[in-house]
Design a binder for this molecule. Sequence first.
Ligand SMILES: OC[C@H]1O[C@H](O[C@H]2O[C@H](CO)[C@@H](O)[C@H](O)[C@H]2O)[C@H](O)[C@@H](O)[C@@H]1O
Ligand SMILES: [Ca+2]
Length: 741
Amino acid sequence: MQGTSNHRSRGSDDYGIYDDAKTYYASEERHSNRYGVRTRTYSQNSLVKQLERMGATEPFRRGSHDETTMDQGRRFLVNVDATLEILKNQEDTDGNMQITIEDNGPKVISLRTAASAGHNRFEVRGTYMLSNLLQELTLAKEYGRKQIILDEGRLNENPVDRLSRLIRDHFWDGLTRRIDASSIEVAARDPKDWTDDPRPRIYVPLGAPEQYEYYQKVAADRPELRLDVQQLPENITVELIRDLNDKPGLLAVAVEKVEEDDGKGNKTTTLKGLPFVVPGGRFNELYGWDSYMESLGLLIHERVDLAKSMVLNFCFCIEHYGKILNATRSYYLARSQPPFLTDMALRVYEKIKHEPDSKEFLRRAILAAIKEYHSVWTSEPRLDPVTGLSRYRPDGLGVPPETEATHFVHILEPYIKKHNMGFKEFVRAYNYGEIKEPELDEYFLHDRAVRESGHDTSYRLEGVCANLATIDLNSLLFKYETDIGRTIRSLFGDKLVIPAEFCAGTPYQPGESVSSAVWDRRAKRRKLTMDKLMWNEEEGMFFDYDTVKKQRCTYESATTFWALWAGLATPKQAADMVKKGLPKLEMFGGLVAGTEKSRGELGLERPNRQWDYPYGWAPQQMLAWTGLLRYSFTEEAERLAYKWLFMITKAFVDFNGVVVEKYDVTRPIDPHRVDAEYGNQGLDFKGVAKEGFGWVNASYVYGLQIVNAHMRRALGTLTPYETFVKAIELNNERAMANLTL
Ligand SMILES: OC[C@H]1O[C@H](O[C@H]2O[C@H](CO)[C@@H](O)[C@H](O)[C@H]2O)[C@H](O)[C@@H](O)[C@@H]1O
Ligand SMILES: [Ca+2]
């Protein structure tokens, strides 16, 4: 592998070695024989004929290994199909269309060099280079190339640079959706639609009549889509949401008006969907907290427009659906997800504040957040009136339809037996209240809350979540309170007028103005209550508080660090957390979601849960790093970031460019293997990964900003953390010895 690589690196020919796939492979000229390659043409027919004659897989004579590296690096002349065949037959021994350390091929292929016009050969060796070759050829084939001139630099690229580049140039685009005529069929696809006729369907809120008209026109103009366009009634009840489960669909989000040219010089106005980034895999809709995490990566990559339009989509959701939704599908209408809107909007604002409409953007986001704060998070049923703290506690009816088919079998089985019914028959009868089972009602109340918490599922929350004032939610609300107060004070002259459309569900009258003082008081009160009910000095951790049992919980969770992220911990609490809490949760690959002790024994009746030990999730890492830095625990933040990035980079190198939804942070060899619940997302690709996974992509980009330059270099050479530290210590000792004072 190369120690470093320069992404702007260009050969004398002016082509970039690290151009994005489209630029690299779509150019005819780049792959013609202009690099001193013999002008003989290798037609596809003659290649295939030679191939057949030789009974072999590649049609050139064997050359010597005497190619020298030129200033722009070695280049290979590669026949795409034939080489792909060799790779598949020889190197992908388990036949999963990926070349990984689990394949048992010879791990070497000899490629013809371009400078010798294909006469000389050079061996490409090892899993990483071969899997990069597979990825490059898969892309070349998709761009219709039969023969390419391939830079060796694309095969032995520093993996940190390669993954960062793929995220920047490919993954974000692969995950971006727009709900308009340009690509509604892509956005509407729902792998979680288990109905007999999973056709594309969109629900449009009553307050967006132009959108309703627009989508009806799209459906009429393109009948082959079978797009079903439905208008939602004004009052969205839990009964309605349950009924929509038979016809699940996408929920409309924000659009903008644009001018369109009909090709004859006539201008008409049409609608264009504001884009958003989806998590990936089976999650093909706009998610609440995934979007926040994604925006942290997008902003680093200067994709400010995407982050901004996700904020605007959230404002649309609050205005039309009453909340930032768990995600934008009909079955998610009743529940939200961890709230991050104020921080997200402020980060976007920081990037656009020189633009004329930036203040208006921020005003709208803060008004939406205020409405959400009051009408969703601090009113019943989520508000616990006794403590004033909040809980994840959404309304809903029956069994959530979006989970994998078997998810609730073990829960429902006893009831199915009791009522002597089939699975589907029972679920329908229960959902429609024909069967009353109060115990099940209680189970699903908590299950819905678990899903709203984003931590679905975990033994921290199962069977109790709706009663818990969690450390995560209350830290986020403290952040809302402080962000809103500070913004009103510093950017709106300590006076923000609440317009009529933002009043419903809030204590405000139209035109009433709000100042920062009340927000400061709310934050102060929340902090005091949390200190009293949730902080355990002995353990050095914040714990959830059970509002029904009126006691502090004991499950040790990585969410304790959210208190640092939000800035609610005192310096002493932060130091205690680093000293006592952190060692319990720090693993080989970074932070684990919860401790093994807290998770407890697993068994047939107690299967593993994806938000428990031994799994680690990108949002937990990102919030902890940011929180630690906020309290000046730089070394700890860097160390945790290094471990997480190392684990991701190593899996990326050893497993054909894989980037997944979550990792087993205790598993050094194959951390992407997760068999809990619905397995892992992001694994299912042929030849080349195109999307990664939204928040892991973001954590990678964000984490690289946390580690120092020396660490970044060490990651590029896949240096395990312990080795890195030893090397640093040795260096320091030497430097000390050589120090002449
Ligand atoms: O389909 C099952 C569940 O899937 C979602 O949860 C998981 O994926 C989300 C998207 O990446 C993520 O936000 C969440 O934290 C994950 O646990 C969905 O959010 C659940 O509501 C759904 O039941
Ligand atoms: Ca394989």
